[in-house]
Design a binder for this molecule. Sequence first.
Ligand code: G16
Ligand code: MG
Length: 218
Amino acid sequence: PIRACLFDLDGVLVDTAKYHFLAWKRLAEELGFTFTEQDNERLKGVSRMASLDILLEIGGVSLDDETKLALAEKKNGWYVDYISHMDESEILPGALTFLRELKAAGILVALGSASKNAMTILNNTKMVPYFDAIIDGTKTASAKPDPEVFLLGAKELNVSPSECVVFEDAEAGIEAAIRAGMRSIGIGSKATLSRADEVVPSLQEMSISRLTDIFPAQ
Ligand code: G16
Ligand code: MG
């Protein structure tokens, strides 16, 4: 049976990708090259330092580690400033309805995000009360596609991976779910999330009855 649902944050519950994009674009412009929305797709679900490496590769720039750390901090400063203005209106359609339905049914809920800023986002959007466990980038050593973030979630909820369903918008996140031995539902397009057990355009298409259709109890 399914006892727990684990949610990615950016791209599943909120659209913070647009703020990451604004901040990375600003950094790229300072460094003298352009960074497009299409380039930004490559950063989704990827950790901050790995994102910077991809950005620098796109710009054809190579820098030492100390400079890179300073640039990552600069980008994060801008990003933190953008997300400090977030509120409940930025929760993606269908997310709250589904979280409430899960809570009412006694299905456990965890966050599994790569972001070190997840708590700020959950606080500003008032989503904290929906979670039985919160695992974010401050608690993990290895980034997705490593399964660590989801395995820690299952551990904290006291459930086994086979009882968990992961909701993810990034390919690396689906891969992490598979490596964790969990079921997964992709949020977005079938083309990029082909390895997920099922793909839906948004959480608006999700409900417990849909979940049991996708994963019938054996
Ligand atoms: C999010 C975003 C990524 C971002 C990462 C780290 O992951 O999708 O673009 O680079 O977190 O964020 P921060 O710089 O705030 O630590 P997720 O796992 O919520 O999709
Ligand atoms: Mg994501």
